[in-house]
Design a protein around this ligand. Structure first.
Ligand code: HPA
Length: 253
């Protein structure tokens, strides 16, 4: 299976791609174990596309328990060479207000205790991949060009702070992330991006801003609720099909 145009990993609130047609399921045992759920492979705007729900289709897998290696390996077995990661995030800086879509160009990893390399097993070759630009620049360019063609606003650039979760952050933690230069915060950006680089996959993040991060919004005491997060993601996701169609229509760089 190698004619796959794009693989998409869905985050919180994005558990399926309604626009995918003629869907087949693929649930392989990879060399890293089982992915979070089946890979759904189908046709979108005339192109073969694979979709995988990062947390499982029923959102049963918390961020620190996701088998990121198996998820990416399963997509690779399905024929993927480029991966669009949808990540639901909290916004820290003004251009990342709730409802915004963004394509960050940097990240800082605050996660711990996650298997973050494919060189974990004794005897495996040790890799020191270049990770200065954690997201594949050509795929980022394609996403931004597609957004422009489709008339959809996508914030260009920004720094993703990857936190451990599953709890949300304290106001002090978000203030620290802001001082560090983070624009958005999520729990699943790492180690996924680094593993994709080790596996030789093109990889970029399309962040969906679901809420103001703790203390970052106009009402610093506003509580973050799952209901509000899901409602904002659902509304923002309405722009995804047109963006994906435009992305698939572009020749891959
Ligand atoms: N913090 C971390 N992860 C998130 C948030 C947040 O505020 N919102 C959605 N995912």
């Amino acid at each position: 299976m190698s004619d796959l145009a794009l693989a998409i990993v869905g985050g919180t609130g994005v558990y399926r791609l309604a626009a995918l047609e003629d869907v087949e399921s693929f649930f392989p045992e990879t060399r890293f174990g089982l992915p979070s759920g089946p890979v759904r492979i189908g046709t979108l705007a005339g192109h073969r596309v694979a979709f995988l729900a990062r947390h499982g289709e029923g959102h049963g897998v918390p961020p620190h328990r996701i088998n990121y290696r198996a998820n990416l390996a399963a997509l690779q077995l399905a024929g993927a060479s480029r991966v669009l990661a949808l990540n639901t995030v909290g916004g820290i800086t003004p251009r990342y207000a709730p409802g915004a879509l963004g394509c960050p160009d940097q990240l800082i990893d605050y996660t711990w205790g996650r298997i973050s390399t494919i060189c974990e097993e004794p005897g495996s070759e040790v890799l020191h991949v270049d990770f200065g630009d954690p997201y594949t620049p050509s795929l980022r360019r394609s996403i931004l060009a597609a957004a422009q063609h489709a008339g959809i606003e996508v914030v260009d650039g920004g720094c993703y702070g990857a936190t451990q979760g599953p709890r949300l952050e304290t106001k002090a933690e978000i203030a620290r992330l802001r001082r560090d230069g983070c624009d958005l915060v999520g729990m699943t950006g790492m180690p996924e991006a680094a593993l994709a680089r080790e596996l030789g996959l093109d990889y970029a993040c399309l962040a969906i801003v679901a809420n103001w991060a703790a203390g970052a919004g106009p009402d610093p005491d506003e509580k973050i609720t799952l209901e509000a997060v899901l409602a904002t993601v659902e509304a923002a996701s309405a722009r995804l099909p047109a963006l994906l169609q435009a992305l698939l229509a572009l020749p891959a760089e």
